[in-house]
Every structure is written in structure tokens, then in C-alpha cells.
Design a protein around this ligand. Structure first.
Ligand code: SAM
Length: 183
């Protein structure tokens, strides 16, 4: 994907991590769930389960300190978009992207994950809560391309059966694939 196309995908939101990007965010509501980082070994397993490669664009919905999208870029060569509603997390993630030297491939966007444009994702990562996953599920099925992989740390999607599960350090990881539309 051209860098220009990649940047255009989130034009309506605040983009950090690229030279010249300026904050233009209106005040947003508070987070639906507090920041708890995914342990690094769980991050690695999530990205391996999704079979992430350099061809992928990984969206982390509620990106916290940015560790999932940074790892996707550093270890798997992917592009990443981290979306978070909390300005403190945005500052931290943007700083971490810069320190990790992946600002050409990872952007951090301030926004509400329920409103964000996620259509550019080929992989979506989640560490939310089961009720938030269930609330998000219709958007995932509507906005994502068939074949897009979704990986969730710890929380399931109710009656949507995962394609795979794994257990790392006592926590479950779930993988789904967006199906082709029926009919
Ligand atoms: C449990 S943390 C997960 C952080 C990161 N994904 C990880 O796995 O390390 C959840 C994150 O979601 C963010 N968040 C909560 N509600 C949100 C919303 N509606 N839109 C965007 N981000 C949200 C929080 O600010 C927090 O950083």
C-alpha cells in the first residue's frame, strides 16, 4: 500500500507519529475499560496466531501504550494503526512508536474505537471485555473485509466460535476470521 493511501484512511481522526501531524481532536468521552497492558509473550502469540506478515495492516482497538502495533511492525514487518480514546495513552504510544523507530509504519490515532474507520485492517487485535467485544461484533462484521483476522486477549465473542484458541501464561487468546457475506 502507498504511504499516501495509508495516511488517507484515518483522515477524520487525529493522527500522531508522523512529522507535521497536528492535534485537532474534539474532547472525547472517557474510556470504556482502563489500560492494562498485554504481556509481551501474549502479544507475540496473538500476532503469530493471526499469521501476521509484512503485507498486513494491524489495527489495535484500544491500543494503550502501542505495544501490539509496535511489535507487529518491529518483529513482523507489518503496518500498524493504534486507536485509543485516552489522550494520556496517545501521548505514551506516540512516544513509544518514535523510540522504537517505526513511525514510518505505525500511526497512533485518537478516537473512539466504536466510531473509527477500521476498513483498512487485515488484522484486528483486542484486549477489551466480553461485553465490549459483543457490542463491537456487528461493526467488525460490517466494516472489515472477509478474511480479516481478529485476535482477542482474554475475552471471547459470545456465541461466535473462534477458529483457534491458545493459552499463554494462564490467559486465553481467541482467533476469528471475518466470513464472506451470506448469499
Ligand atoms: C486493556 S487496555 C489494552 C491496551 C492494549 N491493546 C494492550 O493489549 O496492551 C484497553 C485500552 O482501551 C482503551 N479504550 C477504552 N475504551 C475505548 C474506546 N471507546 N475507544 C478507544 N479506546 C478505548 C483504553 O484507554 C485502554 O488503553
Amino acid at each position: 500500500m502507498e504511504r499516501r493511501q495509508f495516511l488517507a484512511g484515518v483522515g477524520a481522526l487525529t493522527v500522531y507519529g508522523f512529522a507535521g501531524a497536528a492535534e485537532k481532536a474534539a474532547p472525547l468521552r472517557g474510556p470504556d475499560v482502563i489500560f492494562v497492558p498485554t504481556p509481551n509473550e501474549v502479544v507475540d502469540t496473538m500476532l503469530k496466531m493471526a499469521a501476521v506478515t509484512r503485507k498486513d495492516t494491524v489495527y489495535d482497538l484500544g491500543c494503550g501504550d502501542g505495544r501490539i502495533v509496535i511489535t507487529a511492525a518491529q518483529k513482523f514487518g507489518a503496518r500498524g494503526v493504534g486507536i485509543d480514546i485516552d489522550p494520556e495513552r496517545i501521548r505514551e504510544a506516540t512516544d513509544n512508536v518514535s523510540k522504537a523507530g517505526v513511525a514510518d509504519r505505525v500511526k497512533i490515532v485518537r478516537g473512539d474505537l466504536f466510531q473509527a474507520d477500521i476498513s483498512g485492517a487485515t488484522v484486528v487485535t483486542l484486549y477489551l471485555l466480553t461485553d465490549l467485544n459483543l457490542k463491537l461484533r456487528p461493526k467488525l462484521l460490517k466494516d472489515l473485509k472477509p478474511g480479516t483476522r481478529i485476535v482477542s486477549h482474554a475475552f471471547s465473542m459470545g456465541d461466535w466460535k473462534p477458529e483457534r484458541t491458545a493459552e499463554v501464561g494462564g490467559t486465553n487468546i481467541y482467533l476469528w476470521r471475518v466470513p464472506a457475506p451470506k448469499g
